[in-house]
Design a protein around this ligand. Structure first.
Ligand code: SF4
Length: 365
């Protein structure tokens, strides 16, 4: 029985859904999520039908070209959608463990704003794009971290200070950094401060949205490694959002590929790179430059992503797909589990895959 089937609604009302689940490994269930933006030309359907389950303690990579809906989805499931965006429909159920180890779920999309604010930092943390600029330039680092700890926990002053220094050390910063102002720190140090703050209350889920894109490649590499190690050692769940497939290869345990507001493939990281199923995933991977040989020519993906104001009918990737068939222009492919832990939405895989699946044979030519 899957997690969804085992889920049992206990109470519903006042904009809140509480559920228990028999699958204690499930941290979040996203169901048929649609987040749209109102524009003068109609609704831009940035996220348009996403189903996804996130497991506890995993690093989940969310990939796709710019404009595919990654950031809208990442912010949306934390209740951070702002006008003109709005949640058209769907659920994002976050499961907390209670003292008797039961998993209790709440729909973050219908939770009152006051409740969701209380969950921030203790349960949910967000490291945004350009995280270095979220620090107040006129406030010392220690005050910025301590204020958040005081507001969202019952720690004493001494406990909070000890926790702050512990987190700064975890991200490789000296205690002296606590007394500094952001302008006294390098970009990499500021980024480490935002990570220290995000993990300070051991939240169940951290969403990091392209937090290192403004840094040079060497610093980025070290920080990514640190973030992954911290998430693993503290048993946190991390959703890492970036279009950079090479970063996902280093960071993620599992990844989801978004295209035109939907997920088109979800697979463990090794399988994703070894045997990508969806033609779009294949295109993304073929776009990664290979250093030191291997691939002599980057292939890439022809054409441009379609407009969220007017998704193409059938499979939304069909105008760019090198494997397009007649059915693709008419019918949207459902997301199917074609091998254990491997989900793909593509008409090439109508049944579970095997070594003799024609799409595989074609792939190997
Ligand atoms: Fe290509 Fe058809 Fe698969 Fe879409 S459903 S990715 S058009 S083969």
């Amino acid at each position: 029985m899957n997690a969804q089937a085992m889920t049992q609604t206990k109470r519903q009302g006042a904009g809140e859904t509480l559920q228990t689940t028999g699958d204690s490994q499930t941290l979040m269930e996203i169901k048929d999520l649609r987040i749209w933006y109102r524009t003068t030309r109609g609704n831009a359907k940035a996220v348009d039908g996403v189903d996804l389950t996130i497991q506890r303690n995993e690093v989940f990579g969310l990939a796709g070209e710019s404009g595919c809906g990654k950031t809208t989805m990442a912010r949306g499931i934390l209740g951070l959608t702002r006008l003109p965006g709005y949640v058209e429909s769907g659920e994002a159920i976050y499961y907390r463990r209670t003292s008797d180890s039961t998993s209790v779920g709440s729909d973050l999309l219908t939770m009152p704003a006051r409740e969701i604010r209380r969950m921030r930092w203790r349960h949910l943390a967000y490291i945004p794009q350009g995280a270095m600029n979220v620090l107040s330039p006129v406030t010392r680092i220690e005050k910025q971290i301590l204020d958040a700890i005081y507001e969202h926990s019952n720690m004493s002053k001494e406990q909070a200070r000890a926790r702050m220094f512990e987190c700064l050390e975890m991200v490789g910063l000296e205690p002296a950094v606590a007394r500094m102002y952001p302008h006294e720190l390098s970009g990499g140090m500021k980024q480490r401060v935002t990570i220290a703050a995000a993990v300070s209350l051991k939240p169940g889920l951290i969403i990091a949205d392209e937090p290192t894109t403004a840094l040079d490649v060497n610093v980025q590499q070290v920080i990514l490694q640190e973030l992954r190690e911290i998430a693993k050692s503290m048993e946190l769940t991390l959703i890492y959002v970036t279009h950079d497939m090479a970063v996902h290869a280093e960071m993620a345990d599992r990844m989801g590929i978004m295209y035109s507001g939907m997920l088109v493939e979800v697979s463990p990281i090794v399988e994703t790179f070894k045997e990508p199923l969806h033609p779009y995933t294949q295109g993304l991977i073929s776009s990664i430059p290979a250093v030191g040989g291997g691939r002599s020519r980057m292939v890439g993906i022809p054409g441009n992503a379609p407009s969220p104001l007017n998704w193409p009918p059938g499979c939304r990737f069909h105008p760019r797909c090198p494997r397009v068939m007649d059915v693709c222009r008419e019918k949207q492919p459902p997301m199917l589990e074609v091998a254990p832990g491997r989900l793909v939405a593509c008409h090439l895989y109508p049944t579970p895959i095997s070594d003799t699946t024609p799409a595989f044979e074609e792939l190997r030519k």
